[in-house]
Ligand binder design. Structure first.
Ligand code: ARG
Length: 467
């Protein structure tokens, strides 16, 4: 008589599973997180089986009532998860059978854990994507509002982290917002391929029962049943797509974080972050550290790691299901949690950014940020651009020596470098004149920033929940 520890598949075994192997192969410690989706999938499966006559209506109702009770036990923390029962699927099925007897054993008719687990993860990912989307929308809305408010605020724009040309703070924030627009589109695109139903593929080849996969797909809110049973049980592209989305998003958040960290430093002094987003130092009483953006920047690494883990997990896997696939869950769960928390942190923090306008303005005034405007001025007066570049270069060298910004030089001082320069030059040397002159779509002029913010608002409203 078989001594196998697992009653679900122990029939052909002649010795019990090694205790270490049972622990090593079990996934219940982490896949219990899929319990709600597992029960949701089972209820739909039982409903479909009754619809096609494989179960009686009475059996269906007994199963559904039993599963609902099991769900209650899990939610109340009363459920006893068992390692010998290996995973969430067999734990729930065994408990169901404890409660309702032989009918519980009929639930697994026409399915396998292979199509079951693939279905559970997709249901889980769909739920999580919707929560993540809501946080992303909240962040984007806050960012657009702040950009609109700060359309006139002047700061230095940088290339090579050297002062380049003045820009508006609103324009800078809308650059961040463009990154998030693309992330939002990628997330919704990923959701389309998540929302396809593997159930009915059974172990790999389909099933001999007269199942109706359209019924199950509709009950579960899937767009359609997966086309090919072999692919359905083995495909984890959607997990890789999600972690790709997550990696690119975190890369963007890390860039924003880096700027926030720089801007809160005494050296930049561009913004203040409210105390509730910062922490102090146990040794240096003066410190207020931007921990939230720093931590988001740091968490980018683990999400990249999960993308690599999943790509490598799937590399060279032969069709169809392989036990390797059990390893998809932990990276995916952690990526989901990390993305959700980082978005929440940003959605809370961004609207609370307090720009230090005077300090930003001063920084833009230093560093010859209107040098290009002087060159453009000379070109408008008929000087060739390369010659204008040289003239301005000499003016800057003079300014460095005399510690004067271009706008602080007298007309006579400027005329040393070109007789073409006249009194009207001072209009282009002001920061306000410089930003206002970049007045075309995509430019930094305050009017353009306000128009761009309103377009962003409309585009967001159109995209939101567009799944
Ligand atoms: N715990 C397994 C997983 O996560 C469920 C599917 C197991 N299937 C099997 N044939 N062993 O992938």
């Amino acid at each position: 008589m078989s001594q196998a520890t697992n009653q679900s598949w122990g029939g052909r075994f002649s010795e019990p599973t090694d205790a270490f192997v049972a622990r090593f192969t079990a996934s219940v410690t982490f896949d219990q997180r899929l319990a709600r989706q597992d029960i949701q999938g089972s209820i739909a499966h039982a409903t479909m089986l009754a619809r096609v006559g494989v179960l009686t209506d009475e059996e269906r109702d007994t199963i559904i009532n039993g599963l609902t009770e099991v769900q209650g036990e899990i939610e109340r923390g009363e459920f006893n998860w068992s390692i010998p029962l290996e995973d969430v699927h067999m734990n729930i099925e065994a408990r169901l059978t404890d409660k309702i007897g032989i009918t519980g054993k009929k639930l697994h008719t026409g399915r396998s854990r292979n199509d079951q687990v693939a279905t559970d993860i997709r249901l889980f990912m769909r739920d999580e994507i919707d929560v993540i989307e809501a946080e992303l929308v909240r962040l984007r809305e806050g960012m657009i509002e702040l950009a609109d408010r700060e359309a006139d605020t002047i700061m230095p724009g940088f290339t090579h982290l050297q002062t380049a040309q003045p820009v508006t703070f609103g324009h800078h924030l809308l650059a961040w917002q463009e990154m998030l627009t693309r992330d939002h589109e990628r997330l919704l695109d990923c959701r389309k391929r998540v929302n396809v139903m593997p159930l009915g593929a059974a172990a790999l080849a389909g099933t001999t029962y007269p199942i109706d996969r359209h019924v199950t797909a509709e009950l579960l809110g899937f767009d359609r049943p997966a086309e090919n049973s072999l692919d359905a049980v083995s495909d984890r592209d959607f997990a890789i797509e999600f972690t790709s989305f997550a990696s690119i998003l975190l890369m963007h958040l890390s860039r924003m974080s880096e700027e926030l960290v720089l801007w809160t430093s005494a050296q930049f002094d561009f913004i203040d972050l409210p105390d509730r987003f910062c922490t102090g130092s146990s040794i240096m009483p003066q410190k207020k550290n931007p921990d939230v953006p720093e931590l988001v920047r740091g968490k980018t690494g683990r999400v990249y790691g999960h993308l690599m883990a999943l790509l490598t997990l799937m590399k060279s896997q032969p069709l169809a299901y392989n036990k390797d696939n059990q390893e998809d869950k932990e990276p995916l769960f952690d990526a989901v949690d990390t993305v959700r928390d980082c978005l929440k942190a940003f959605a809370d923090m961004v609207p609370a950014i307090e720009p230090k306008k005077d300090s930003m303005y001063e920084a833009a005034r230093r560093g010859f940020s209107t040098a290009t405007d002087l060159a453009d001025y000379l070109v408008r007066k008929g000087v060739a651009f390369r010659d204008a570049h040289e003239i301005v270069g000499q003016s800057v060298a003079y300014g460095l020596k005399t510690k004067k910004d271009l706008s602080e030089m007298t007309l006579e001082e400027l005329q040393q470098f070109s007789a073409t320069i006249e009194q009207d030059v001072f209009e282009v040397l002001t920061l306000e004149g410089s930003v206002a002159a970049r007045n075309h779509i995509g430019g930094t002029a305050p009017d353009q920033v306000r128009a761009a913010a309103s377009r962003a608002r409309e585009a967001l409203a159109a995209l939101k929940g567009d799944a």
